[in-house]
Write a protein that binds this ligand. Structure first.
Ligand SMILES: *Cc1c(COP(=O)(O)O)cnc(C)c1O
Length: 491
């Protein structure tokens, strides 16, 4: 450092009416870059390896600003955008990432510049009520009656954590101790429930995995047995979690049967509809969520099957007053008895993005039916692909599709162990070639590949093409294996 910093910092970088030309020009420059980039995308990924992606990033000295937005954008393009993963590409079929709808992007632009924070009315004004209106609308779609409430969150992980916090508070209010509490989930439920249990001070044994049936839904008879076992041992079932759309299989647990069992054992029923929540907008498949209105709380990820940019999720509760379990009154923000409305009373976050504006603009421009039709289209596509690919002798499906995922493995001429490695290598080969991005998962200890379809513009030919690539690469690698020593290149 030489000398003292200037007392009058240059203010031309601040968002301010004086700088609106600079702002507009910066946005336009970014937009132009993005459009040029979009035009040159030739696949879902370039296949850059982690070490090659990391090195140039590490070389940047963050204490030496470039002082020029064009140069900084060039640099960011080199480090990120040129090799970004593009969820709008039909051959991206890995995780629950969606291409995003344009109305939501308008909201993202406005929200970021205004920097609204929806914790209190005096930081958001209309935003507070737009969020509340969307929560009420979602609660109505679920089938909750008046008295329901909820809050936008950063994602399903946070929504599930908050749901478990409320369930824990209800159980301990009735006298249960932490050590007695049990959360009953299907063996295919999302891992965030396990981290939630850990954060809430519950021992690992608190999460009880209930077996699934042949359709990979929680087996209600097994749940009954597990609940009876809890009672016999003096344990307290604080929550039953029904997953509406498991991450791997899209399976929807039998919510009505689980609701009845939860009620008879005084357990909180949480429905994790992070994935299947899009069915609330579907004109054809809404009945798949039958019973969801009997839940105590519901997780919905708008940034999955509602085609919203990350982040956008919500926790909706049947009885709004339950959200009070998360409330803390701070003198400076939300004092007890304050006249000003606020959302921070209901949230685990304090400063919070106005993510609701994205869904708001989406509904006002497109309407919910259009979103539901998008989701229906990718579910239809998964079924069409399955009908075609199930005939292949070298492809083994773990289960028929339920929502928009396909779980299968390439079967070569070797034993299971070589095949596990073979499938892992197929996946990494496609990624490094940049021709397709697919996911992997284990089913009963065996390695499988997974396609998650969330792109309504993808066609049967696009997805059949991914399976064709998998079979070709599989045959190539399998052939190499035949000629190789027992511990060959894939061992
Ligand atoms: C994705 C997912 C989550 C976690 O949601 P995030 O938004 O990624 O935090 C939870 N449950 C299920 C069933 C999911 O598919």
């Amino acid at each position: 450092m030489t000398g003292l910093p200037p007392t009058n910092p240059p203010l031309h970088h601040l968002f301010h009416p004086d700088n609106s030309d600079a702002y507009a020009s910066a946005i336009r420059t970014s937009l132009d870059r993005l459009l040029v980039q979009l035009d040159s995308v030739r696949g879902p990924v370039t296949g850059l390896a982690p070490d090659l992606a990391e090195r140039p990033v590490r070389e940047i000295d963050l204490d030496e600003p470039l002082g020029d937005s064009g140069a900084a954008l060039d640099e960011a393009c080199k480090l990120w955008l040129n090799d970004a993963v593009w969820f709008h590409e039909p051959t991206y079929a890995a995780h629950l990432n969606c291409p995003v709808v344009i109305p939501a992007l308008m909201g993202e632009l406005l929200m970021a510049a205004v920097n609204t924070s929806v914790d209190t009315f005096d930081q958001s004004v209309g935003g507070t009520f737009m969020e509340r209106h969307l929560i009420d609308w979602t609660a109505q779609r679920i089938g909750f009656s008046t008295g329901a409430d909820g809050i936008f969150t950063s994602g399903g992980t946070q929504s599930n954590l908050q749901a478990m916090l409320l369930a824990r508070a209800e159980a301990t209010a009735r006298g249960a101790t932490l050590g007695q509490l049990r959360i009953l989930v299907s063996e295919d439920s999302h891992f965030s429930l396990r981290t939630a249990a850990r954060l809430l001070g519950l021992p690992p044994a608190a999460v009880v995995e209930v077996p699934v049936d042949e359709a990979r839904r929680m087996d209600a008879r097994e749940l009954r047995r597990a609940l009876e076992q809890c009672a016999d041992r003096g344990e307290v079932p604080m929550a039953v979690v029904a997953t509406a759309g498991t991450t791997d299989f899209g399976a929807i647990d039998p919510i009505e049967a689980l609701a009845a069992l939860s009620r008879s054992h005084d357990a909180w029923l949480h429905v994790d509809a992070a994935y299947g929540g899009g069915l609330l907008a579907s004109r054809r498949r809404r009945p798949l969520l039958a019973g969801i209105e009997q839940a105590d709380s519901v997780t919905i990820d708008f940034h999955k099957t509602w085609f919203q940019p990350v982040s956008s999720s919500a926790l909706i509760v049947r009885e709004g007053r339950m959200l009070g379990h998360a409330t803390w009154h701070a003198d400076y923000l939300n004092p007890r008895g304050a006249a000003m409305p606020n959302q921070v009373d209901k949230s685990l976050q304090t400063t919070r993005r106005f993510d609701a504006i994205k869904l708001w603009l989406t509904l006002r421009v497109m309407g919910a039916d259009a979103i539901g039709d998008y989701f229906d289209a990718v579910i239809d596509l998964a079924h069409e692909v399955y009908d075609q690919a199930r005939a292949f002798e070298d492809i083994e499906f773990a289960a028929p599709p339920r929502l928009s995922t396909l779980v299968f493995r390439y079967t070569g001429r070797h034993g299971n162990q070589e095949e596990d490695q073979l499938n892992r290598t197929i996946r990494s080969t496609l990624f490094s070639r940049g021709t397709a991005v697919v996911a992997a998962t284990k089913v009963d200890g065996r390695q499988f590949l997974k396609l998650t379809l969330l792109n309504p513009k993808a066609t049967l030919a696009d997805i059949a093409g991914i399976i064709e690539q998998i079979r070709e690469v599989g045959a190539e690698l399998d052939g190499a294996l035949v000629g190789a020593a027992p511990r060959g290149p894939l061992a």
